[in-house]
Design a protein around this ligand. Structure first.
Ligand code: ZN
Ligand code: ZN
Length: 239
């Protein structure tokens, strides 16, 4: 089967995302745009992934629980987990051990909203999620793997992406799949086998099918196989 996917979407928990990024609204958008499979990837937290998984499942959309980790190098790394509990476990580890206790004024830095199944806001994350966690890129890759997840270097050709921040692909990232924002980046001779393209939507209008995956089911194993298939089971839908 072919599944239309977008594996990088922020919810209303991310301080930079719009507060309309709720489970009910994102479910409606996915259904209307024919999207079968998404990932929720908030900055440094999986606080909303459980509710998104259950609401989107009701409309036939599968959710991979994710976190967009902000590393010490100011590089974003997407961490994808096999189930909600693993994502929540990693999120708890970040909050407990790796996120400095810095609070924000939401009126200035943005609201970090926890939401329920009825799209009601039920809480607010106090610790600033837009700051770097005390983890290097290599520590992030290692700890995500130890928690059963896989890492993808986020938007490598934009701000907070590997190539823009560091100017090169370090040794430890060579085998890591890369998320590319612009088709033109491919023409510059990028040396990597596994690439993906996602919307990185912070607002509803930006959610769209960005990859088509050929798989028998929408399981995490099939996701992993497609991501590491050197493009055989994954085709990119450019704008
Ligand atoms: Zn990012
Ligand atoms: Zn993002």
């Amino acid at each position: 089967m072919q599944f239309l996917c977008d594996f990088h979407i922020h919810s209303c928990l991310s301080p930079c995302a719009e507060i309309t990024m709720t489970p009910g609204e994102i479910a409606k958008v996915c259904v209307s745009r024919g999207i079968d499979w998404i990932a929720i990837t908030d900055h440094n937290s999986a606080g909303n992934v459980r509710v998104f998984s259950s609401v989107l499942q009701e409309v036939g959309v599968s959710v991979i629980p994710g976190i967009e980790v902000h590393t010490l190098e100011d590089v974003h790394v997407l961490a994808y987990f096999p189930d909600v509990s693993s994502a929540e476990g990693y999120s708890a580890f970040l909050k407990r051990e790796k996120l400095p206790i810095v609070t924000i004024d939401p009126e200035i830095s943005g609201y970090q909203l926890l939401v329920d199944e009825n799209d009601s806001f039920v809480g607010m994350e106090e610790i600033w999620l837009g700051q770097p966690a005390s983890l290097s890129i290599s520590e992030t890759l290692k700890t995500v793997e130890e928690n059963g997840g896989i890492s993808v270097m986020a938007h490598i050709d934009r701000k907070m992406g590997l190539i823009v921040q560091l100017g090169l692909v370090p040794e430890e990232c060579i085998e890591v799949p890369m998320e590319i924002s612009f088709e033109r980046t491919l023409k510059r001779g990028l040396q990597t086998k596994n690439i993906i393209h996602s919307s990185d939507a912070h607002s509803l209008d930006l959610i769209k099918p960005t990859v088509s995956i050929s798989a028998s089911t929408r399981s995490f194993e099939e996701f992993k196989t497609a991501i590491f298939s050197s493009g055989r089971a994954l085709s990119i839908i450019w704008d």
